[in-house]
Design a protein around this ligand. Sequence first.
Ligand code: IPE
Ligand code: IPE
Ligand code: MG
Length: 240
Amino acid sequence: MPNDQTQPLLIPNHIALIMDGNGRWAKQRGLPRNAGHKQGAKVFETICDYCQKIGVRYVTAYAFSTENWKRPKNEIDAIMDLLRSYLKEASKQTKRNVRLLFLGDRAPLAPDVQQLMRKAERDSAGNDGITVCIALNYGGRAEIVHSAKELARLAAEGRLDPESIDETVLVQHLYTKGIPDPDLMIRPSGELRLSNFLLWQMAYTEFVFLDVLWPDFTPAHLDLAIAQYAKRNRRFGGIR
Ligand code: IPE
Ligand code: IPE
Ligand code: MG
């Protein structure tokens, strides 16, 4: 058996990221919370580039939750403005080979943001380098309710036999349809919870919690999380 050093590092196929700690990062520096979101957005791009470089196929990042509407309007507006800039920039960088997707309920978002999201998805649909999913106005519970509602509607219309509903059918109506479940979930910021992120999809995901704030997160932190992941014994309920 080769020892640990000679084994290539096991790279997760799909990494889920809870980009948390932007507000605290800004507070530490005496800056407005929005400065933390701005730095957080930069780090997001750096980490996506790094993931692509090391061979991660999917990254799903939590950008705005269904509960984040509780925040002051000026903070929400600033986050949406950062998203606008990101999407406008992304549309210029066609050579990056990133496929962009959005998870969540788009209806409450501003029409111009929805349009930019649709354009980014359409323009990048043929890219096969890495798939970056941005969870925006996303909630794990809302997603499951959305799927249940779709199934009920199809059943009421006589297009679906309720007896045929199983896990495979239910996942067809989740926002993540067609995307494999995350292998590794990383939450920086020191909080030890999921905050309504990918509740269905993370049934067997490995969790790594780090005591760093998202705007301070570097590729070295990602390496650290992957090294922890590589040591885990994933059993999926079986014996190994
Ligand atoms: C995460 O950082 C970004 C969003 C939730 C949009 P926070 O804004 O939650 O930062 P903290 O947790 O208050 O430090
Ligand atoms: C989770 O962070 C949501 C995002 C990172 C977008 P929160 O800061 O909203 O989570 P809680 O409120 O600490 O659980
Ligand atoms: Mg937070």
